[in-house]
Design a protein around this ligand. Structure first.
Ligand SMILES: NC(=O)c1ccc[n+]([C@@H]2O[C@H](COP(=O)([O-])OP(=O)(O)OC[C@H]3O[C@@H](n4cnc5c(N)ncnc54)[C@H](OP(=O)(O)O)[C@@H]3O)[C@@H](O)[C@H]2O)c1
Length: 410
């Protein structure tokens, strides 16, 4: 029996110089492409903020469609605020969105003064509130904020946005922008999938199994699982360099993984007996499977789930459909579902706030470690090519870390 992913996929953010009078915009947010792109940086004495954004007006590969757009943000009024971005990650879904193959598509508009209707890339990140309108109640200057919803366009130095679309970080003590700027997608996904997919007794004798275990989500699941007393079987893709493979395995074990195996090892002969041994002769149940790969790796993973378990698909990195033996559904009564953090955030805003706060609490307590990242510094003079290159490599695989834009004084 073949169950395509789509059929199973249930719903589930220089010098200080001047903005001269000559470039004061006529509209609230006007395009100033050449002037803004060439000047060093500026918040003028008139309260205009200069911003640069990575925008696209048609779908395609990031290096073909992304452009750097400079514009000016007028002094804010009403319930609007201006946010200066601090960190914005580059997630696989951001690239899929630019390619036009992601289900949620941001609205293309000319609100930033682009010649063609366009959208700003990026869905996640943290920023600092630098100015507020007179009607703003929930935010003050200096607050750190993340986006309540996706598709707000976080790959830009500054944005004007209504306070209702932002989630304030109530306690930023002891936290870095990187930690806060990467909390809302991967950690929240791992947190909800693990916790909500099974009835756990939290007594230490329960397991979950996952592929893509070295991904951002996978690393989050390992650490949360350890915190909640779940043991884990973590599947990674083997490396040609066996030393590098061993180092990766050790890295995940150090994070709290119970066992780490390669796809090859999982699909090899002895694994059934091996897992039986790890799980105390099968008396400890493998209650949840997390799949972000699809194809054969997903089928292999499903076979090691205990009767009555749940497998949650949240990604399709191999671009292959999920294929399942009918016996897993009929005789083992395994449930298969999907999870989408965007839908979950929209549906359960309060739960999102609690989840974010809980992960940040664990981070503060040293129980949730930073993900490995490849930083792309974004200063006022950073060129389009640098920014495009950082985005382009995202889906390449075998990466040393997740790409993140780290905004310098802009
Ligand atoms: N549904 C949701 O709400 C949700 C939320 C967050 C993330 N996701 C999805 O979860 C997945 C992981 O996201 P992330 O941000 O955690 O990723 P990430 O940190 O960028 O890591 C990417 C992961 O994908 C693996 N990978 C790359 N190309 C692959 C291929 N061709 N076949 C198999 N594995 C491959 C990488 O393994 P190697 O190191 O071996 O290349 C790595 O484990 C993505 O599919 C993403 O879209 C979904």
């Amino acid at each position: 029996m073949t169950v395509p992913v789509c059929a199973r996929a249930t719903a589930r953010a220089a010098s200080r110089s001047v903005v001269c009078q000559a470039i004061r915009p006529a509209t609230r947010t006007a395009s100033l492409s050449n002037k803004v792109l060439n000047q060093s940086r500026a918040i003028s004495s008139y309260g205009y903020t200069q911003s640069k954004a990575l925008v696209y007006s048609k779908y395609g590969e990031p290096q073909d469609v992304l452009s750097l757009h400079g514009h000016s943000i007028s002094p804010v009024a009403g319930t609007s605020v201006v946010v200066r971005m601090l960190v914005a990650p580059i997630n696989p879904a951001d690239v899929n969105q630019i390619q036009g193959v992601y289900p949620s598509k941001p609205e293309l508009t000319t609100s930033l003064g682009t010649s063609e209707p366009s959208a700003v890339g990026g869905n996640e990140g943290v920023g600092e509130v630098i100015s507020i309108g007179s009607g703003v109640k929930s935010l003050s200057k200096g607050d750190w904020v993340i986006m309540k919803h996706t598709s707000q366009g976080t790959w830009r130095t500054h944005l004007e946005i209504d306070e209702s679309k932002l989630l304030k970080i109530d306690n930023k003590d002891g936290l870095t922008p990187l930690q806060v700027g990467t909390v809302s997608v991967n950690p929240c996904t791992a947190y909800r999938m693990l916790l909500d997919s099974a009835k756990w007794d939290f007594r230490g004798g329960e397991w979950f199994i996952q592929n893509g275990a070295n991904s951002g989500v996978g690393r989050a699941a390992i650490q949360l699982g350890k915190e909640w007393g779940f043991k884990s079987i973590n599947v990674i893709r083997g490396r040609e360099d066996k030393e590098a493979e061993q180092e990766l395995k050790q890295e995940l074990l150090d994070l709290g993984a119970t066992q780490v195996v390669t796809e090859e090892e999982l699909q090899g002969r002895g694994m059934k007996d091996q897992i039986k041994e790890w799980t105390n002769g099968g008396r400890e149940q493998v209650k949840v499977g997390l799949n972000c790969v699809g194809g054969k790796p997903a089928t292999a993973l499903a076979k090691f789930l205990s009767p009555g378990a749940s497998m949650v698909t949240y990604g399709a990195m191999s671009k292959q459909p999920v294929m399942l033996p009918a016996s897993l559904l009929i005789f083992k009564e395994i449930s298969f579902s999907g999870f989408w953090v965007s839908k979950w955030s929209d549906r359960y805003p309060d739960q999102k706030k609690q989840t974010v706060e809980d992960v940040l609490r664990l981070t503060r307590e040293g129980k949730f470690k930073d993900i490995p990242v490849q930083e792309c510094k974004w200063g006022w003079k950073t060129g389009l090519e640098t920014l495009q290159a950082a985005v382009q490599g995202t889906l390449g695989g075998f990466r040393a870390g997740k790409g993140v834009f780290v905004f310098e004084e802009t």
